[in-house]
Write a protein that binds this ligand. Structure first.
Ligand SMILES: [Zn+2]
Length: 351
Protein backbone atom coordinates (compact mmCIF):
# COMPACT_ATOMS: atom_id res chain seq x y z
CA UNK A 1 0.00 0.00 0.00
CA UNK A 2 1.23 3.48 -0.84
CA UNK A 3 2.39 5.63 2.08
CA UNK A 4 -0.29 8.16 1.07
CA UNK A 5 -2.46 8.85 -1.92
CA UNK A 6 -1.40 11.21 -4.71
CA UNK A 7 -4.58 12.29 -6.52
CA UNK A 8 -5.06 13.51 -10.08
CA UNK A 9 -5.47 17.02 -8.70
CA UNK A 10 -2.15 16.74 -6.79
CA UNK A 11 -0.42 15.61 -9.98
CA UNK A 12 -1.95 18.50 -11.90
CA UNK A 13 -0.79 21.07 -9.31
CA UNK A 14 2.70 19.58 -9.41
CA UNK A 15 2.86 19.48 -13.21
CA UNK A 16 1.24 22.84 -13.98
CA UNK A 17 2.40 24.97 -11.05
CA UNK A 18 5.47 23.57 -9.33
CA UNK A 19 7.67 21.22 -11.37
CA UNK A 20 9.18 23.99 -13.54
CA UNK A 21 9.23 26.65 -10.85
CA UNK A 22 11.40 24.51 -8.56
CA UNK A 23 15.09 23.71 -9.13
CA UNK A 24 16.15 20.08 -9.76
CA UNK A 25 17.89 19.91 -6.42
CA UNK A 26 15.95 20.70 -3.23
CA UNK A 27 17.13 20.85 0.37
CA UNK A 28 14.52 20.53 3.12
CA UNK A 29 16.05 22.16 6.23
CA UNK A 30 13.30 21.18 8.70
CA UNK A 31 12.12 17.57 9.09
CA UNK A 32 11.21 15.36 12.04
CA UNK A 33 12.21 11.71 11.87
CA UNK A 34 11.14 9.33 14.67
CA UNK A 35 9.34 6.07 15.35
CA UNK A 36 6.01 5.64 17.08
CA UNK A 37 7.41 4.04 20.24
CA UNK A 38 9.61 7.11 20.88
CA UNK A 39 6.60 9.40 21.22
CA UNK A 40 4.55 8.29 24.21
CA UNK A 41 0.94 9.51 24.40
CA UNK A 42 0.56 12.58 26.67
CA UNK A 43 -0.25 11.72 30.27
CA UNK A 44 -3.92 12.33 31.12
CA UNK A 45 -4.28 15.75 32.70
CA UNK A 46 -0.89 16.95 31.45
CA UNK A 47 -0.79 20.68 30.74
CA UNK A 48 -1.14 21.29 27.01
CA UNK A 49 1.27 23.88 25.62
CA UNK A 50 0.89 23.24 21.88
CA UNK A 51 -1.76 22.70 19.22
CA UNK A 52 -2.99 19.14 18.66
CA UNK A 53 -3.59 18.93 14.87
CA UNK A 54 -0.03 17.93 13.81
CA UNK A 55 -0.41 14.64 15.72
CA UNK A 56 -3.37 13.65 13.53
CA UNK A 57 -1.35 13.54 10.29
CA UNK A 58 1.07 10.68 10.95
CA UNK A 59 2.02 8.48 13.89
CA UNK A 60 5.67 8.53 12.99
CA UNK A 61 8.13 9.30 10.22
CA UNK A 62 10.87 6.73 9.65
CA UNK A 63 13.76 7.70 7.39
CA UNK A 64 12.35 5.30 4.78
CA UNK A 65 8.98 7.07 4.95
CA UNK A 66 10.63 10.47 4.61
CA UNK A 67 12.51 9.40 1.47
CA UNK A 68 9.34 7.83 0.06
CA UNK A 69 7.44 11.04 0.79
CA UNK A 70 9.89 13.00 -1.36
CA UNK A 71 9.63 10.43 -4.15
CA UNK A 72 5.84 10.71 -4.19
CA UNK A 73 5.58 14.45 -3.70
CA UNK A 74 8.55 15.82 -5.61
CA UNK A 75 8.91 13.40 -8.57
CA UNK A 76 12.04 13.93 -10.65
CA UNK A 77 13.79 16.12 -8.05
CA UNK A 78 16.81 15.25 -5.92
CA UNK A 79 15.68 16.01 -2.36
CA UNK A 80 17.90 15.97 0.73
CA UNK A 81 16.99 16.92 4.27
CA UNK A 82 18.18 18.11 7.65
CA UNK A 83 16.70 15.59 10.08
CA UNK A 84 15.98 15.79 13.80
CA UNK A 85 13.71 14.11 16.35
CA UNK A 86 10.67 15.46 18.10
CA UNK A 87 9.52 15.80 21.70
CA UNK A 88 9.21 12.45 23.44
CA UNK A 89 11.97 10.05 24.46
CA UNK A 90 14.84 12.36 23.48
CA UNK A 91 17.55 9.73 24.09
CA UNK A 92 15.88 7.25 21.75
CA UNK A 93 15.09 9.99 19.21
CA UNK A 94 18.69 11.21 19.09
CA UNK A 95 20.08 7.66 18.79
CA UNK A 96 17.68 7.01 15.92
CA UNK A 97 18.74 10.22 14.16
CA UNK A 98 22.41 9.12 14.34
CA UNK A 99 21.41 5.81 12.75
CA UNK A 100 19.35 7.58 10.04
CA UNK A 101 22.16 10.05 9.27
CA UNK A 102 24.44 7.08 8.56
CA UNK A 103 21.79 5.30 6.52
CA UNK A 104 20.72 8.27 4.38
CA UNK A 105 23.79 10.51 4.34
CA UNK A 106 21.54 13.38 5.48
CA UNK A 107 22.85 15.81 8.13
CA UNK A 108 21.02 16.07 11.45
CA UNK A 109 20.53 18.18 14.56
CA UNK A 110 20.72 17.04 18.19
CA UNK A 111 17.43 17.48 20.09
CA UNK A 112 18.59 19.22 23.28
CA UNK A 113 16.88 19.61 26.65
CA UNK A 114 17.30 22.90 28.54
CA UNK A 115 18.52 21.06 31.67
CA UNK A 116 21.63 19.79 29.87
CA UNK A 117 24.86 21.65 30.64
CA UNK A 118 26.55 23.26 27.63
CA UNK A 119 29.42 20.77 27.79
CA UNK A 120 27.00 17.84 27.57
CA UNK A 121 25.36 19.33 24.49
CA UNK A 122 28.77 19.78 22.84
CA UNK A 123 29.78 16.21 23.70
CA UNK A 124 26.52 14.79 22.32
CA UNK A 125 26.83 16.82 19.11
CA UNK A 126 30.42 15.68 18.50
CA UNK A 127 29.78 12.03 19.41
CA UNK A 128 26.75 11.85 17.13
CA UNK A 129 28.19 13.85 14.25
CA UNK A 130 25.36 16.41 14.50
CA UNK A 131 25.62 19.95 13.07
CA UNK A 132 23.78 21.75 15.87
CA UNK A 133 20.62 21.64 17.95
CA UNK A 134 16.87 21.81 17.88
CA UNK A 135 14.77 22.12 21.03
CA UNK A 136 11.19 22.98 21.81
CA UNK A 137 9.24 25.33 24.04
CA UNK A 138 7.37 22.48 25.74
CA UNK A 139 10.66 21.45 27.40
CA UNK A 140 10.82 24.73 29.35
CA UNK A 141 10.34 24.30 33.13
CA UNK A 142 6.84 23.00 33.78
CA UNK A 143 5.92 25.77 36.28
CA UNK A 144 5.92 28.30 33.42
CA UNK A 145 2.51 28.94 31.83
CA UNK A 146 2.71 28.43 28.04
CA UNK A 147 2.26 32.12 27.28
CA UNK A 148 5.12 33.13 29.58
CA UNK A 149 7.76 30.88 28.03
CA UNK A 150 10.71 32.79 26.59
CA UNK A 151 13.42 31.61 24.19
CA UNK A 152 16.09 31.38 26.89
CA UNK A 153 13.84 29.04 28.93
CA UNK A 154 14.49 26.26 26.41
CA UNK A 155 17.77 27.47 24.86
CA UNK A 156 19.69 28.57 27.98
CA UNK A 157 22.72 30.86 27.69
CA UNK A 158 25.06 28.12 28.94
CA UNK A 159 24.21 26.07 25.83
CA UNK A 160 24.19 29.04 23.43
CA UNK A 161 27.70 30.00 24.57
CA UNK A 162 29.03 26.58 23.62
CA UNK A 163 27.06 26.48 20.35
CA UNK A 164 28.52 29.89 19.46
CA UNK A 165 32.06 28.65 20.06
CA UNK A 166 31.31 25.68 17.78
CA UNK A 167 29.63 27.70 15.00
CA UNK A 168 26.70 25.28 15.26
CA UNK A 169 23.23 25.52 13.72
CA UNK A 170 20.34 26.36 16.08
CA UNK A 171 16.83 25.67 14.80
CA UNK A 172 14.57 27.99 16.80
CA UNK A 173 10.78 27.66 16.96
CA UNK A 174 9.89 30.84 18.84
CA UNK A 175 7.29 30.66 21.64
CA UNK A 176 4.48 33.01 22.82
CA UNK A 177 1.04 33.93 21.56
CA UNK A 178 2.32 37.07 19.84
CA UNK A 179 4.56 34.98 17.56
CA UNK A 180 6.89 37.11 15.39
CA UNK A 181 5.31 40.37 16.49
CA UNK A 182 5.99 39.63 20.18
CA UNK A 183 8.58 42.17 21.40
CA UNK A 184 10.08 39.74 23.93
CA UNK A 185 10.71 37.22 21.14
CA UNK A 186 12.21 39.85 18.84
CA UNK A 187 14.45 41.24 21.61
CA UNK A 188 15.77 37.77 22.44
CA UNK A 189 16.28 36.84 18.76
CA UNK A 190 18.38 40.01 18.38
CA UNK A 191 20.20 39.23 21.63
CA UNK A 192 21.21 35.80 20.29
CA UNK A 193 22.53 37.36 17.06
CA UNK A 194 24.50 40.01 18.98
CA UNK A 195 25.91 37.88 21.81
CA UNK A 196 26.42 34.67 19.83
CA UNK A 197 27.23 35.82 16.28
CA UNK A 198 28.81 32.49 15.26
CA UNK A 199 25.63 30.53 15.87
CA UNK A 200 23.95 29.72 12.56
CA UNK A 201 20.51 30.66 13.80
CA UNK A 202 17.37 29.71 11.87
CA UNK A 203 14.05 31.27 12.90
CA UNK A 204 11.67 28.43 12.02
CA UNK A 205 8.35 29.05 10.23
CA UNK A 206 9.23 32.79 9.79
CA UNK A 207 8.63 33.10 13.50
CA UNK A 208 5.22 31.36 13.20
CA UNK A 209 3.86 34.40 11.32
CA UNK A 210 1.15 32.39 9.59
CA UNK A 211 -1.09 35.46 9.18
CA UNK A 212 -0.47 39.03 8.05
CA UNK A 213 -1.17 40.31 11.57
CA UNK A 214 1.52 38.08 13.10
CA UNK A 215 4.30 39.99 11.34
CA UNK A 216 3.87 43.28 13.25
CA UNK A 217 6.95 45.49 13.04
CA UNK A 218 9.41 42.66 13.69
CA UNK A 219 11.29 42.99 10.40
CA UNK A 220 11.73 46.76 10.90
CA UNK A 221 13.02 46.29 14.45
CA UNK A 222 15.45 43.61 13.25
CA UNK A 223 16.58 45.83 10.35
CA UNK A 224 17.29 48.67 12.79
CA UNK A 225 19.31 46.33 15.02
CA UNK A 226 21.45 45.57 11.95
CA UNK A 227 22.26 42.06 13.17
CA UNK A 228 20.84 40.04 10.24
CA UNK A 229 18.50 37.07 10.65
CA UNK A 230 17.88 33.85 8.73
CA UNK A 231 14.46 32.17 8.53
CA UNK A 232 12.83 29.05 7.22
CA UNK A 233 9.29 29.28 5.80
CA UNK A 234 8.34 25.77 6.88
CA UNK A 235 4.54 25.30 7.08
CA UNK A 236 4.06 28.95 6.16
CA UNK A 237 1.51 29.67 3.42
CA UNK A 238 1.22 33.39 4.16
CA UNK A 239 2.32 35.21 1.03
CA UNK A 240 2.61 38.49 2.93
CA UNK A 241 4.93 37.04 5.59
CA UNK A 242 7.13 35.35 2.96
CA UNK A 243 7.26 38.49 0.81
CA UNK A 244 8.13 40.78 3.72
CA UNK A 245 10.71 38.30 4.98
CA UNK A 246 12.51 38.24 1.62
CA UNK A 247 12.17 42.01 1.20
CA UNK A 248 13.90 42.61 4.55
CA UNK A 249 16.25 39.66 5.01
CA UNK A 250 16.99 39.02 1.30
CA UNK A 251 16.77 35.78 -0.71
CA UNK A 252 20.06 34.56 0.82
CA UNK A 253 18.43 34.37 4.26
CA UNK A 254 15.38 32.23 3.62
CA UNK A 255 15.37 28.43 3.65
CA UNK A 256 12.82 25.87 2.50
CA UNK A 257 11.47 23.35 5.03
CA UNK A 258 8.50 21.00 5.30
CA UNK A 259 8.16 19.91 8.95
CA UNK A 260 7.60 16.38 7.62
CA UNK A 261 5.63 14.35 8.39
CA UNK A 262 3.24 17.25 9.15
CA UNK A 263 3.17 18.73 5.65
CA UNK A 264 1.95 15.47 4.18
CA UNK A 265 -1.34 16.83 5.44
CA UNK A 266 -4.00 17.71 2.92
CA UNK A 267 -5.16 21.18 3.72
CA UNK A 268 -5.71 24.69 2.55
CA UNK A 269 -4.89 27.29 5.15
CA UNK A 270 -7.01 30.41 5.49
CA UNK A 271 -6.92 33.44 7.79
CA UNK A 272 -9.91 34.15 9.97
CA UNK A 273 -10.21 36.64 12.83
CA UNK A 274 -6.45 36.94 13.15
CA UNK A 275 -5.76 33.22 13.37
CA UNK A 276 -5.30 30.37 10.92
CA UNK A 277 -7.71 27.58 9.99
CA UNK A 278 -6.58 24.45 8.16
CA UNK A 279 -9.40 23.39 5.82
CA UNK A 280 -9.30 19.60 5.47
CA UNK A 281 -11.25 16.90 3.60
CA UNK A 282 -14.12 15.48 5.71
CA UNK A 283 -13.30 12.39 7.74
CA UNK A 284 -9.63 12.21 6.76
CA UNK A 285 -8.25 13.19 10.17
CA UNK A 286 -10.81 11.57 12.48
CA UNK A 287 -12.49 13.57 15.22
CA UNK A 288 -11.32 17.17 14.82
CA UNK A 289 -13.68 18.76 17.33
CA UNK A 290 -10.87 19.27 19.86
CA UNK A 291 -8.83 21.56 17.60
CA UNK A 292 -10.03 25.08 16.74
CA UNK A 293 -7.43 25.25 13.92
CA UNK A 294 -9.12 22.48 11.88
CA UNK A 295 -12.30 22.64 9.82
CA UNK A 296 -13.76 20.17 7.35
CA UNK A 297 -14.88 21.31 3.89
CA UNK A 298 -17.89 19.99 1.98
CA UNK A 299 -17.28 16.63 0.22
CA UNK A 300 -17.39 18.26 -3.26
CA UNK A 301 -14.69 20.73 -2.19
CA UNK A 302 -12.39 18.06 -0.84
CA UNK A 303 -10.91 16.91 -4.12
CA UNK A 304 -9.48 20.39 -4.63
CA UNK A 305 -7.52 20.19 -1.38
CA UNK A 306 -3.90 19.31 -2.08
CA UNK A 307 -0.81 18.80 0.10
CA UNK A 308 0.08 21.42 2.67
CA UNK A 309 3.64 21.24 1.26
CA UNK A 310 2.34 22.25 -2.18
CA UNK A 311 0.36 25.13 -0.68
CA UNK A 312 3.55 26.35 1.01
CA UNK A 313 5.42 26.24 -2.31
CA UNK A 314 2.55 27.99 -4.13
CA UNK A 315 2.80 30.79 -1.56
CA UNK A 316 6.54 31.06 -2.27
CA UNK A 317 5.78 31.17 -5.98
CA UNK A 318 3.35 34.07 -5.50
CA UNK A 319 5.90 35.91 -3.33
CA UNK A 320 8.64 35.27 -5.92
CA UNK A 321 6.43 36.73 -8.66
CA UNK A 322 5.53 39.77 -6.54
CA UNK A 323 9.21 40.48 -5.83
CA UNK A 324 10.49 39.54 -9.29
CA UNK A 325 12.90 36.93 -7.93
CA UNK A 326 15.26 35.26 -10.40
CA UNK A 327 15.67 31.52 -10.86
CA UNK A 328 18.98 31.84 -8.99
CA UNK A 329 17.14 33.40 -6.05
CA UNK A 330 14.65 30.53 -6.03
CA UNK A 331 17.54 28.03 -6.19
CA UNK A 332 19.16 29.74 -3.17
CA UNK A 333 15.93 29.58 -1.17
CA UNK A 334 15.14 25.98 -2.14
CA UNK A 335 18.66 24.59 -1.81
CA UNK A 336 21.76 26.80 -2.12
CA UNK A 337 21.44 28.66 1.19
CA UNK A 338 20.97 25.41 3.10
CA UNK A 339 23.98 23.75 1.46
CA UNK A 340 26.17 26.77 2.29
CA UNK A 341 25.02 26.81 5.91
CA UNK A 342 25.60 23.07 6.30
CA UNK A 343 29.07 23.22 4.76
CA UNK A 344 29.90 26.14 7.06
CA UNK A 345 28.70 24.32 10.18
CA UNK A 346 30.53 21.12 9.22
CA UNK A 347 33.74 23.07 8.63
CA UNK A 348 33.59 25.00 11.90
CA UNK A 349 32.60 22.00 14.07
CA UNK A 350 34.68 19.22 12.51
CA UNK A 351 37.04 20.99 10.06
ZN1 LIG B 1 9.09 21.37 13.27
Amino acid sequence: MALFEVTENDKRVWREELADFLPDRIFDIHTHVYLKNMKPAPKPGAVKRTVSWPGKVAEDDSIEDLIETYRLMFPGKKVEAMIFGSTGDLGAMNRYIVECMKKSGFPGLYFSHPDEPGETVEKKIREGGFLGTKSYLSLAPSYLPAREIRIFDFFPHAQLKVLDRMGAIVMLHIPRDGRLRDPVNVAQMIEIRERYPNIRLIIAHIGRAYNRLDVGDAFDVIDRAGCGMTYDFTANCCEYAITECIRHAGPKNLLFGTDMPILRMRCRRIEENGTYINLVPPGLYGDISDDPHLREVAPEESEKITFFAYEELLALKRAAAALGLSRDDVYDIMCGNALRMIDGARESIYG
